[in-house]
Design a protein around this ligand. Structure first.
Ligand code: ADP
Ligand code: MG
Length: 613
C-alpha cells in the first residue's frame, strides 16, 4: 500500500488550533488584551462593532514589536514567552503557547500596526486567512494596534453558530470584566458601536470592582487576607444578605489570571453554610498568589482551568480564611473564634492529614427564620408530602368525572371556563396561609396546597406574554419617579431590551450616566421597590442564555415574572389569597411555574384519614 500520511498545510493546522482557542468574538478580545498585558501596557483601548462580528480593535501602549517579530508573531508556536519545556512550570505571563495570533489570523482579517519605543518607524502587516497580504514600514505611536475584521469569514458554519449580538457582547463583557479586575493598575477603555461603556482609570482592586459593578457593591464587600507558605489569599467576599440567586459576581484570580474552579468555589460557599438563603450564591473576588511552579496552567487551551499541586490544602486555606472573616465581621454570630489571639491558618503540605477546623455552630440556626429552632424539620412535612403526593391538578377533577364539558380535548378557552366553573363549585373560599409561603384550601378531593410565589410567577408570566404578543402592557405609576444607578453592564443590557420592557408596563427612561428613571412598573407587580424588581430582573435575565428570536420574549417574561412576583415569605390576607387562587386558575397552565416547577399539590382526604386510623 502506498504511503498515505501527509502533513497538513499550515493554514489548515491553524484553523484546527483556532477551533480550540477562538470560539467566539470574546475569545479574540481575551487573547489580544492578554497579549497587551504581557507587553506591559499601562493603557488599553478596546473598540468593538456589532458584538465583534465586524470589528475588534485593541490599542495598547506596550513594548511593541520589531519588524521581524511582528512578522513571526503570526506563525504557530511562535512566542517570546517561553524557550524550553521547563519554562512551562514557571509561567509568569498570560500567554505562552504561541498560538493565539496564528489562530486569529487563520479565521479573520488581521491588521497589525506596531512600533518599538526606540524606533522612529513601525511595521504594518495585513494577514487574512493565514496569508500575509502586505507588510510595510509605517508611522505609528509606540505600542501595538490589532484590528480584527470579519471573524470566521471563511468558516460559515462557525459564523452561523454565533448567538445573538446581546449574547456575544455579554461574553465580551465577561472577558473584559475578568481582565480588568485582574489588572487594576492598567487603564481600560471599552467602546461598543462607538459609544463608550467603560473608562477605568488606574486604581486599586476595590475601586476597580466598584468601577465595574457600580457604587452599590462597595458596602457589600468584606476584605479578606491570609498569607501561608502554599498560597496567599486576598480580596473581598460579599455579605450573605446580599447574596443573589445564581452566579455573576464570583471571581477567582491566580497570579493575575482569571480561573474557573468549581472545587474552590465550594470552599467559599461551604464557609457561608447556614447563613445563606437557599440557592443563593455569595459574591467574591479572590486574588490568589502562588509560586508559578506549584500550579499547572497548561491543561486547557484557554488557560482558565488551573491545577494546584495541593488542591486540598488550598481548599482548606480558602475555606478557613472566608469563615474567619465572616466571623470577625460579626456576620456569623455563632462562630466561636478566639479573636484576641488572632487566627492561625495551618500551613499544610501534601502529606499532612487534613483536619477540618473546629467551629461550633448551632445547626438549627437560620437567620431567615423569624423564630429560632429546627425550622428545616418543620418545613419537611410539606415538602416531603409534596414529593410523596403524586396528585396534580387533574386530581381536582376527582368526583367530577360525570360532569359535562370535562373531556380531554377541550379547547383552551373552554378549558379555562370549565376550570372556573369547577373552581366555583369546588372551592370553599376558605384559605389558610402556612409559613407565609403556601396557601392551603380545602377542595373536593382533599386539601390543596399552593406555592404562592410560584403561583404568582405563573400569573405574571402569562400576563407578560400576552402583553408582549399584543403590545398592551398596563403600567402602574410609582408615587415618585425613581432614579436608579445601574452597573454599566446592566445598563447596556437593559437598553437593548428597553422596547420590550416598556411593552410590559415599565415606564422607564435612560437618564444618562448609567442611570434610569422609573415612573411606573407593570401592573400587579408585588410590593417591592422598583430598584429591587429591576435588579432581580436583570440578574435573572443576564443569567439566561437567549438563543433564538422567538424565545427571547419568553425569557424576558420569565425573568420579569420571577422578579416581580411576591416573595415566599409574604403574609397574605384572605382576600389576597382568594384573588391569587382565582387568577391562577384563570391561567392556561396553572399547574406549573414558568420554570416548570410544580405549583399545586393535593393532600388527599384518604391520606389524611389514613393518618388517624
Ligand atoms: P503567546 O502570547 O502565547 O506568546 P501569541 O500568538 O498570543 O502567543 O503572540 C505571539 C507573540 O507575539 C507573543 O509572544 C509576543 O511576543 C508578540 N505579541 C503579541 N501581541 C503583542 C502586543 N500587543 N505587544 C507586543 N508583542 C506582542
Ligand atoms: Mg498570547
Amino acid at each position: 500500500m502506498a504511503d498515505i500520511i501527509q502533513l497538513l498545510p499550515d493554514s489548515v493546522a491553524n484553523q484546527i488550533a483556532a477551533g480550540e482557542v477562538i470560539q467566539r468574538p470574546a475569545s479574540v478580545v481575551k487573547e489580544l488584551v492578554e497579549n497587551s498585558i504581557d507587553a506591559k501596557a499601562t493603557s488599553i483601548t478596546i473598540n468593538i462593532k456589532d458584538a465583534g462580528r465586524t470589528l475588534i480593535q485593541i490599542i495598547d501602549d506596550g513594548t511593541g514589536m520589531s519588524e521581524t517579530d511582528a512578522r513571526l508573531s503570526f506563525e504557530r508556536h511562535s512566542t517570546s514567552k517561553i524557550r524550553k519545556a521547563e519554562d512551562l512550570f514557571s509561567i509568569t505571563t498570560m500567554g505562552f503557547r504561541g498560538e493565539a495570533l496564528a489562530s486569529i489570523a487563520a479565521v479573520a482579517s488581521v491588521d497589525l500596526k506596531t512600533r518599538l519605543a526606540n524606533n522612529d518607524l513601525g511595521t504594518h502587516i495585513i494577514v487574512e486567512g493565514s496569508v500575509v497580504l502586505s507588510q510595510e514600514p509605517a508611522s505609528c505611536s509606540p505600542g501595538t494596534i490589532f484590528t480584527v475584521k470579519n471573524l470566521f469569514y471563511n468558516i460559515p458554519a462557525r459564523r452561523k453558530f454565533l448567538k445573538s449580538n446581546t449574547t456575544e457582547f455579554g461574553h465580551i463583557l465577561s472577558e473584559f470584566e475578568r481582565i480588568a479586575l485582574a489588572n487594576p493598575t492598567v487603564e481600560f477603555k471599552l467602546y461598543h458601536n462607538e459609544s463608550q461603556l467603560f473608562s477605568l482609570p488606574r486604581t486599586n482592586e476595590r475601586q476597580r470592582i466598584v468601577a465595574i459593578f457600580g457604587k452599590k457593591i462597595n458596602q457589600n464587600l468584606v476584605a479578606i487576607e491570609a498569607e501561608t507558605s502554599i498560597i496567599n489569599v486576598k480580596g473581598f467576599i460579599g455579605k450573605p444578605e446580599n447574596a443573589r440567586k445564581k452566579s455573576g459576581e464570583q471571581f477567582f484570580f491566580i497570579n493575575n489570571r482569571f480561573m474557573r474552579n468549581p472545587y474552590l468555589h465550594k470552599a467559599i460557599v461551604n464557609a457561608y453554610k447556614n447563613i445563606l438563603q437557599p440557592d443563593s450564591v455569595p459574591s467574591y473576588f479572590l486574588f490568589l498568589e502562588a509560586a508559578p511552579d506549584s500550579i499547572d496552567v497548561n491543561i486547557h487551551p484557554t488557560k482558565t482551568e488551573i491545577k494546584f499541586e495541593d488542591q486540598q490544602a488550598v481548599w482548606q486555606i480558602i475555606h478557613a480564611t472566608v469563615k474567619q472573616s465572616l466571623g470577625k465581621n460579626n456576620i456569623v454570630p455563632s462562630i466561636d473564634f478566639d479573636m484576641e489571639q488572632g487566627f492561625e491558618i495551618p500551613v499544610l503540605t501534601k502529606n499532612t492529614e487534613i483536619k477540618k477546623p473546629f467551629v461550633e455552630i448551632n445547626p438549627f440556626f437560620n437567620p431567615f427564620d423569624e423564630k429560632p429552632g429546627p425550622a428545616k424539620n418543620q418545613n419537611k412535612s410539606i415538602s416531603s408530602l409534596e414529593k410523596e403526593n403524586t396528585a396534580n391538578w387533574e386530581k381536582l377533577y376527582d368526583g367530577f368525572e360525570n360532569e359535562k364539558n370535562l373531556t380531554d380535548d377541550l379547547s383552551s378557552t373552554s378549558q379555562i371556563e370549565s376550570q372556573q366553573k369547577l373552581r366555583e363549585s369546588n372551592f370553599s373560599g376558605k384559605y389558610y396561609q402556612f409559613k407565609n409561603k403556601y396557601i392551603l384550601t380545602p377542595v373536593k378531593s382533599g386539601l390543596m396546597v399552593i406555592d404562592q410565589k410560584k403561583a404568582h410567577e405563573r400569573i405574571l408570566f402569562e400576563k407578560f406574554m400576552f402583553s408582549l404578543e399584543s403590545n398592551t402592557g398596563i403600567s402602574q405609576r410609582t408615587l415618585f419617579p425613581k432614579s436608579i444607578e445601574l452597573a454599566p453592564k446592566e445598563h447596556s443590557i437593559l437598553m437593548e431590551i428597553i422596547d420590550q420592557i416598556k411593552m410590559l408596563g415599565f415606564d422607564i427612561s435612560d437618564s444618562g450616566n448609567y442611570c434610569v428613571t422609573v415612573n411606573g412598573l407593570p401592573a400587579d407587580s408585588s410590593d417591592q421597590e422598583p430598584e429591587q424588581i429591576i435588579d432581580k430582573f436583570l440578574n435573572e435575565y443576564l443569567n439566561t442564555e437567549i438563543d433564538i428570536k422567538t424565545r427571547a420574549k419568553e425569557k424576558i417574561a420569565q425573568a420579569l415574572a420571577k422578579a416581580a412576583a411576591i416573595s415566599s415569605s409574604q403574609a397574605l390576607t384572605n382576600e389576597e389569597m382568594s384573588e391569587l387562587v382565582d387568577m391562577l386558575f384563570a391561567c392556561s397552565m396553572p399547574n406549573f411555574s414558568p420554570f416548570g416547577k410544580k405549583i399545586i399539590s393535593i393532600l388527599k382526604t384518604e391520606e389524611i384519614e389514613k393518618r388517624f386510623s
